[in-house]
Design a protein around this ligand. Structure first.
Ligand code: GLU
Length: 465
């Protein structure tokens, strides 16, 4: 039996953003076996700290992989460690005349490109080094020139494949110039090692960004020339920013690390990304196994998805409501947790679920409920200044009579003060919490406890701390 085997193959040249994270998720959802491969052949831009960061991000999102690095220690899943493997395949291509050394300099190539563009032609390698004889090559090598290795693209053919998402694709080889598979500094090019590794690692399906679509015919040609199995490719439409341009830092793309630091829950980010270009019938937080079960290639949208921060916050609110108590407690962070007395933990979490979207909001409520100094809003100050002391005295008496019973307290106060509705609740909220909005007063009354309630009614603070 052949499993669907997928992989996420990031280049560790920066932090992972929404687009890469979505690619990783779609591959995880689709693959029965899923892995991570680090494409770090560009040594000048790849950094081990980014490998660490991306593994941390994937783990935080809740993704698990069956093969790949577990810690950021280079091993067989780092392309930089596989150079000897690629060397074998270069030799095979060269022996069969399917690859040749190219001595063209960057300046020469740039010039040809310029000329072609000025003539309205698509840029393509001129073929200058395609037919150098063995003597010419030996001479250039003897001069110390370092050649790149180019793949010889067959002429007059069509590369056709069925894209898993975009359907039938056809590319004429005559539009593809011979391309570099090993740079002059000896490092393999993306086209080459990416294709070789997919074949050697038995990857059956590759889901990746639409920006790689034009690379696919080149990669299929390499695999065909080496008689290696090709995966099926599916190209996912890019994510666009709110301005309709491809998502980038400039128009709102954020890294997964930034989202984590802002207080987004992984369940929110995963559920948001899972629906960015894929439909799920249910509008509720689904676990990774549930998202996996319901993932279908037919449901991947052809039209590009738009990044809408409001949607992300929608999923965040839903996640805060539904994650386990344990996850929510963790999410609050050490500093907030330290403010909450053990006996109040459960009730406080209930309050957070329906009133907060981010930990900094929970922090405000922890301070209001469990600290003696907390912020007072201007609006609350105004209400308190206008509240007759008599009302607060009646409230204090009612609280004294009904210390553990909010409805007894509020009924007594209503009867004795003759106030109701806003007139009753506004000054009460202002005195008890220093603000006019917030969770149900019953929850606040219980969490503050009789001592704090009495103290705040006896001497309401009217200055902000
Ligand atoms: N390293 C490539 C990238 O990050 C991988 C592309 C692919 O998935 O094949 O874009």
């Amino acid at each position: 039996m052949r499993y669907i085997k997928t992989r996420f193959a990031p280049s560790p040249t920066g932090l992972i953003h929404l687009g890469n994270a979505r690619t990783a998720l779609f591959n995880r959802f689709f693959g029965e076996v899923f892995g991570v491969r680090i494409e770090d052949t560009d040594q000048s831009r790849s950094r081990l700290e980014f490998v660490e960061a991306l593994l941390e991000d994937l783990t935080w999102l809740g993704l698990e992989w069956e093969f790949g690095p577990t810690v950021a220690i280079p091993n067989e899943y780092f392309q930089s460690q596989r150079i000897a493997i690629y060397a074998r395949y270069y030799s095979r291509l060269e022996e069969n005349g399917l690859a040749y050394p190219c001595f063209c300099t960057a300046e020469e190539l740039a010039l040809t490109r310029k000329v072609q563009l000025s003539q309205g032609l698509p840029p393509k390698y001129s073929g200058k080094c395609a037919h150098l004889g063995p003597n010419e090559i030996a001479q250039k090598l003897a001069q110390g020139l370092k050649p790149a290795l180019r793949f010889r693209v067959p002429t007059g053919q069509t590369v056709a494949f069925e894209d898993l998402i975009r359907g039938p694709q056809r590319f004429a080889t005559d539009t593809i110039g011979d391309f570099i598979i090993r740079r002059a500094d000896g490092t393999p090019s993306f086209f080459f090692c990416n294709a070789i590794d997919d074949a050697l690692m038995g990857i059956t399906h590759v889901l990746r960004g639409e920006d790689h679509l034009a690379n696919t015919p080149r990669q299929l040609l390499i695999l065909q020339a080496l008689d290696l199995p090709a995966p099926r490719y599916g190209h996912i439409s890019l994510i666009l920013g709110e301005d309709g341009a491809p998502l980038s830092k400039r128009n709102g793309s954020v890294s997964i690390k930034e989202l984590r630091e802002k207080g987004y829950l992984p369940q929110a980010v995963v559920n948001f990304l899972a629906r960015l270009g894929h439909s799920y019938a249910e509008e509720k937080i689904l676990s990774i196994p549930e998202l996996t079960t319901n993932f279908r290639l037919e449901k991947v949208h052809l039209a590009p998805a738009r990044f809408d921060p409001k949607q992300l916050d929608f999923w965040q609110t839903l996640a805060v409501r539904t994650v386990s108590d344990e996850d929510l407690w963790d999410w609050l962070g050490k500093a907030i947790r330290a403010l909450i007395p053990p006996a109040a933990q459960d009730q406080f979490l209930t309050l957070v679920r329906s009133n907060c979207t981010f930990p900094n909001q929970a922090k405000i409520w922890a301070e209001i409920l469990f600290c003696d100094s907390y912020p007072i809003t201007e609006a609350a100050q105004k209400v308190l200044v206008q509240t007759p002391p008599d009302f607060l005295r009646l409230a204090l008496e009612a609280a004294y009579l009904h210390p553990e019973n909010y409805s007894g307290f509020i009924t007594a106060l209503r009867v004795h003060s003759g106030r109701r509705g806003k007139e009753l609740f506004e000054p009460l909220r202002a005195a008890l919490t220093g603000r006019l909005d917030g969770p149900e007063l019953g929850q606040i009354y219980a969490l503050l406890g009789p001592k704090r309630v009495s103290r705040r009614l006896a001497e309401p603070i009217t200055d902000s701390c």
